[in-house]
Design a protein around this ligand. Structure first.
Ligand code: MTE
Ligand code: MO
Length: 256
């Protein structure tokens, strides 16, 4: 494991930096984030202090590409099919019994079917995925902005992170999980993708639903997401570092 970590780390230094994307002025940046705006108007949610903390640090957009840039071979990495009867059953039914849970520090916990998720306003983006192992690939992702789920659920005061709980147990180390802060959660390119390159998300790439958080490295992009937990801390998850690979030594903020 140590050797693998070192290899992945070494590879990281060789990575070409991600596209800087559009640099928008403060106001335009906020306007890019519909969830953030209505969050400001909503009385039930985050305290003003938290709102300022979130809106004050909007991160720029990641570069978006053209259809012609899409990679013919997009490597599937890590888990390519979660083990166990529960996932097998979901997959066998074409994920018709799948429900995404959104819970934790929210006013209205959600349980959404794929059909309901597909019925929400979507965003499509063609972006480059950079893995710490040293490979990159460009793909088109379609999904629902995470901010939409947060608006629907009503984020509670004192919330700071989203924890993504996945269906796969990796390397005998426990279930894959990841976490992001609210700044990334409300970023317009942060989506729960159900389609890749115009087709239903394939199992090797995280069916039925995976996170895309485009300003960070591949390991942040949780596949096979079953549950999004709104929390004030991730200290109690795993070894407390905020993610599966973070628990094994990777950076929590994997910005590119
Ligand atoms: N649930 C889960 N999510 C995961 C992984 C995994 O093994 N399990 N691997 C991560 C890593 S290291 C990368 S590079 C990407 C790979 O996504 P892909 O299979 O679509 O290329 O998923 C990330 N998310
Ligand atoms: Mo990765």
């Amino acid at each position: 494991m140590t050797r693998k970590l070192l290899t992945r780390r070494t590879a990281l230094t060789g990575l070409v930096g991600g596209g800087t994307g559009l640099l928008l002025s403060g106001c335009e940046r906020v306007a890019q984030i519909p969830g953030a705006l209505s969050m400001l108007e909503s009385a039930e949610v985050l305290s003003q202090h938290t709102q300022r903390a979130v809106l004050g640090q909007i991160r720029p957009l990641a570069r978006e590409y053209q259809r012609s840039d899409i990679s013919k071979n997009f490597k599937a990495n890590g888990t390519t099919r979660p083990e166990g009867p529960e996932y097998a059953q979901l997959a066998m039914d074409g994920f018709s019994s799948y429900r995404l849970k959104v819970d934790g520090m929210v006013a209205r916990p959600l349980e959404l079917s794929l059909e309901q998720i597909r019925g929400l306003p979507s965003r499509t983006q063609i972006t480059r995925h950079d893995c710490v192992e040293g490979w990159s690939a460009i793909g088109e992702w379609t999904g629902v902005p995470v901010s939409t789920f947060l608006q629907m659920a009503g984020v509670g005061n004192g919330s700071r992170y989203l924890i993504f709980h996945c269906a796969d147990n990796l390397l005998g180390q426990g279930f894959y999980y990841e976490s992001i802060d609210l700044v990334d959660a409300y970023h317009p390119q942060t989506i729960m993708a159900y389609a890749m390159n115009g087709e239903a998300l394939p199992i090797p790439h995280g069916a039925p639903l995976r996170l895309r958080v485009e300003r960070q490295l591949g390991y942040k992009m949780a596949k096979y997401v079953m549950r999004i937990e709104v929390a004030d801390s991730f200290a109690k998850m795993g070894r407390g570092r905020g993610g599966f690979w973070e628990d094994l030594g990777y950076e929590w903020y994997a910005g590119i």
